[in-house]
Design a protein around this ligand. Structure first.
Ligand code: BEZ
Length: 217
């Protein structure tokens, strides 16, 4: 799947019943996490972290959905472990089942280096962020052995949501509220009009492309 493509509107079975991905995401943003398997330690820490961060995702109008290559009935038992690990009341987002790995193959998520007891490849840790237009805005693929940093995912959501509406890009290690870069496509007078506090950094090339601005409102 490529950035800018429409995210597949699959019909899926989940811990919260059958749904279609686009309907579930509704008019807002969506984040789709995939997991190698139920009852695995890294995944358990990840999903309890996601649940703890539900208020942060909700604040940003992002709906969460996870996928793991087991059945819904396995997911139900595993959710008890996720809750116990994170000292949580509930797992409030749906977890999709994919025991046949059909979705994993379709989404290109298989990790050839990690196999289950039957020798089948496990799903990698994919993250897909989908915009209100249902287009893929970001994808990251981690191997099964590396758990994700969910603070980083909130950071990229802040950047995606800002840059979707303002003519800026966010620099290295940017955090919400930090200075942004004026988009190279914004030239001359338009730049000074849109960003009156713009600061141009001198560089040896003499080219005036290092244009900083406070984060626009
Ligand atoms: C885990 O979630 O802990 C895990 C899953 C597959 C391979 C390695 C680790």
């Amino acid at each position: 799947m490529k950035l800018g493509e429409i995210f597949p509107n699959e019909s899926v079975s989940t811990t919260q019943g059958d749904l279609k991905i686009h309907d579930y995401f509704g008019d807002g943003w969506g984040i789709f996490f995939t997991h190698p398997a139920d009852y695995t330690p890294v995944c358990t820490t990840e999903l309890s972290m996601v649940q703890k961060m539900v208020p942060e995702f909700t604040k940003r109008n992002v709906k969460m959905i996870a996928l793991s290559c087991n059945s819904v009935s396995d997911h139900g038992g595993w959710c008890e472990d996720i809750k116990a690990h994170g000292n949580l009341e509930e797992v409030s987002f749906p977890i999709i089942e994919d025991p046949s790995r059909d979705l994993a193959v379709k989404f290109g998520m298989l990790d050839p280096d990690e196999k289950d007891a039957a020798g089948l490849p496990l799903t990698a840790r994919a993250v897909f962020i989908v915009g209100p237009d249902k287009k893929l805005k970001l994808s990251i693929l981690y191997p099964a052995t590396t758990g994700r940093n969910f603070d980083e995912l909130l950071r990229v959501i802040d950047s995606l949501q800002l840059t979707a509406y303002k003519k800026v890009a966010t620099p290295a290690n940017w955090q919400a509220g930090g200075d942004c870069m004026v988009l190279p496509s914004v030239k001359g007078e338009e730049a000074t009009k849109l960003f009156p506090k713009m600061r141009v950094e001198d560089v040896p090339s003499g080219k005036q492309y290092m244009r900083f601005t406070p984060q626009p409102e």
